[in-house]
Design a protein around this ligand. Structure first.
Ligand SMILES: [Mn+2]
Length: 499
């Protein structure tokens, strides 16, 4: 091809990408820009393609990809305003305020009269300094529940008598049905009732190890027959009406029906609080049969950006944030189920850490905190499987992707036959990640995720007769019309996380 026809090809692909971007088809736009980048040999074109691809990746929250593309664009043109701007936004979204401030500063250097860039620089720097200060003075975060006395703080009118729960009342299936019926009317659960449930859950969760282990014996499997012995839920993300539909379909947890919830209860959907409260109520009802794990959304930073804080501000009292932060910090990080003669299965929200990690090391982690920026804790909450071998940088910009070889090494070392994780939306609601390799499955339980995706939801399960993990799909359920509680201005949410 002549240089001119190459340029035409690249320009055509770029235009296709821009058209797709305008129609909000970001995945397609990324594909077009990637093809153009492969064909292009002009640095000017490449810079534009990289910053455009970064803009599309930003929309898909692929902040790791944004960082990479903008850094490449800056290698081609160290004065690229768009590259600095988009990289700064990606750093901000990853809560890397020091790096964000540095990029915003470069913007100010390029355009000294740019008031917006100057303001963003000031905000990022301020947030960075604030976090440094907080890290320096922090000894141990205050525990909301350790100080919380139901008999004092819980005093006041009993607004919803059918949900009233004294510290000695057991939570029964009947109580769960009342709670579900109340929440189905789309009314706010009163603060007092929420805290009555969460306080009980807090004490149970706080006593659990980071790695919860349990077994289901051959005798139990035989007794169960065709009935489920275990149901595992992936991301719920505030989709209360789907969660209730699932529980009504698979039945309540009991001594013979275990449930594992793999985190991401809140954010994105409009009913994060009812979802979390309901699952904690199930945990209190059956502490030994219900396992709750922490997802990457059970964290302050994510809640500031993806909806839970907005939901609380709109519908509950601000104190609830403190209570939720405290109980989120007590959620275990992973579970292992020995299903005799069938599987030794690990459940985790994100995925696997360094494959040389031995399971008991998980119990040495200090979990009563926000996850650090890297390490085992963060990998358990954030990593994703990929077909590429090894541990590779994550397009999310946090943790890694792990290949089948990594899964194989980790599973062999730890004597596991199956890993079940959540964390990624998949079209069928479940996905067998390595059809010819180690058994790693994704389960995602938020159908028609964010009311926007077209995915089905699913749960995984074992019955008494299962020879391996099985899946049940379901379609999104109707729900009241309520806008997602995403804050309109994500940046302002970031710079005022507790507002
Ligand atoms: Mn997640």
């Amino acid at each position: 091809m002549t240089a001119k026809s190459v340029d035409q090809l690249v320009a055509g692909l770029k235009q296709l990408g821009n058209d797709n971007f305008k129609q909000q088809k970001f995945q397609e736009a990324i594909y077009n820009y990637s093809q153009a980048l492969e064909a292009s040999d002009s640095s000017e074109f490449m810079e534009a393609l990289l910053t455009n691809r970064a803009a599309a990746a930003m929309k898909l929250e692929l902040y790791g990809t944004v960082l990479q593309d903008c850094t490449r664009a800056l290698d081609l043109n160290p004065q690229s305003y768009k590259a600095f701007y988009r990289r700064a936004l990606a750093h901000t979204s990853l809560f890397h305020f020091k790096e964000a401030a540095s990029d915003f500063k470069s913007l100010v250097a390029i355009k000294p009269n740019d008031a917006k860039a100057r303001k963003l620089y000031d905000q990022a720097l301020k947030e960075h300094k604030k976090r440094l200060f907080e890290a320096a003075i922090r000894i141990q975060p205050k525990s909301f529940f350790a100080l919380y006395d139901l008999s004092i703080s819980g005093a006041g009118p009993v607004e919803v008598p059918e949900l009233e729960l004294t510290p000695t009342d057991p939570i029964t299936p009947e109580y769960i049905r009342r709670l579900i019926a109340f929440c189905k009317q789309d009314k706010e659960i009163p603060h007092r009732n929420i805290l009555q449930i969460l306080k009980r859950g807090f004490e149970i969760l706080n006593a659990e190890p980071n790695l919860v282990e349990f077994s289901i014996s051959k005798a139990e499997l035989q007794a169960a027959g065709d009935n489920r012995v275990l149901t595992v839920f992936g991301d719920v993300h505030g989709q209360f009406f789907d969660l209730v539909h699932l529980i009504e379909t698979v039945g309540m947890p009991s001594d013979t029906h275990r449930m594992v919830f793999m985190g991401d209860y809140v954010d994105r959907g409009a009913w994060g609080v009812p979802c979390f409260v309901l699952i904690v109520a199930l945990k209190v009802m059956c502490p030994n049969s219900v396992t709750m794990l922490r997802g990457n959304h059970e964290t302050k930073d994510m809640n500031s950006m993806f909806g839970l804080n907005a939901e609380i501000v709109q519908r509950y009292t601000a104190k609830l944030s403190e209570a939720l932060d405290d109980i989120f910090n007590r959620l275990p990080l992973a579970a292992v189920a020995d299903i005799e003669g069938v599987d030794r299965t690990m459940f985790v929200h994100g995925g696997l850490p360094d494959p040389k990690t031995r399971l008991p090391e998980i119990n040495l982690l200090h979990r009563n905190q926000q996850p650090p920026s890297s390490g085992i804790f963060t990998d358990l909450l954030w990593s994703d499987p990929t077909l590429a071998p090894g541990r590779t940088p994550s397009p999310r910009g946090t943790s890694f992707q792990f290949g089948p070889d990594v899964a194989d090494e980790f599973m062999t070392l730890n004597n596991l036959t199956q890993v079940v994780r959540a964390h990624q939306v998949v079209d069928d609601g479940y996905k067998v990640e390595f059809p010819k390799g180690p058994k790693v499955a994704t389960v995602f339980s938020a159908a028609r995720y964010c009311d926007f995706n077209t995915n089905k939801g699913a749960v995984g399960f074992y019955t008494g007769r299962s020879t391996e993990l099985e899946f049940m799909q379901y379609e999104a359920q109707p729900h009241p019309d309520r806008p997602l509680p995403m804050l309109n201005n994500q940046l302002s949410a970031l710079f005022n996380p507790r507002a």
